[in-house]
Design a binder for this molecule. Structure first.
Ligand code: IMP
Ligand code: MG
Length: 174
């Protein structure tokens, strides 16, 4: 069985949209410092590309989370693999994610962060699959709504592969 990747969103489309979102965020955070919180590993490409285009001061931190196994998944409990390096108390935190799917990871993470008393807390995602939502999540900035298909590239993986693709693609097994 071989795998091919069909382009869903080209590099140009993704870059253009990130520039637009960056402009919007720069306007919304005028006079403030954005504390970007990248969710590893998938959020890393988007965090870098977005941060390069922001015109307000930026600081960054990184977290890594993983979902528990399939049988306990419905509990919505996720494991913190790498926690914050610095306190977010009083900061304007912008969580940067690759994709919001069921919403389980984000709803847990946002609650976890809210308890650490940031001044503000917003969520920015490269992709959103609204059809798949199980737990509601307020998303402040979305680059693309996509259909319910498994996507790779721009940080997203399939069995740890394809994160480096400069576009968003759909894996096809044939
Ligand atoms: P959620 O908790 O179901 O919203 O999604 C959590 C994580 O599942 C995301 O941060 C991704 O790492 C992964 N994920 C969901 N959909 C996809 C996809 O289409 N491709 C690659 N990873 C995905
Ligand atoms: Mg992710």
């Amino acid at each position: 069985m071989s795998e091919t990747v069909r382009v869903l969103l080209s590099e140009e489309e993704v870059d253009k949209k990130i520039a637009e979102i960056a402009k919007q965020i720069s306007e919304d955070y005028k006079g403030k410092q954005v504390h970007m919180l990248c969710v590893l590993k998938g959020g890393v490409f988007f965090t870098c590309e977005l941060s390069k285009r922001l015109t307000v001061p930026v600081s960054m931190d990184f977290m890594s989370v993983s979902s528990y196994g399939a049988d306990t998944k419905s509990s919505g409990v996720v494991r913190i693999v790498k926690d914050l390096d610095e306190s977010i108390k009083g900061k304007d935190v912008l969580v940067v994610e690759d994709i919001v799917d069921s919403g389980r990871t984000l709803s847990y993470l946002l609650e976890y962060l809210r308890n650490r008393e940031p001044k503000s807390l917003r969520l920015c995602t490269l992709l959103d699959k609204p059809e798949r939502r199980v737990v509601p999540v307020d998303v402040d900035y979305t680059c693309f709504h996509i259909p319910d298909e498994f996507v790779v590239g721009y940080g997203l993986d399939y069995a740890q592969k394809y994160r480096n693709l400069p576009y968003i693609g759909v894996v096809e097994l044939d």
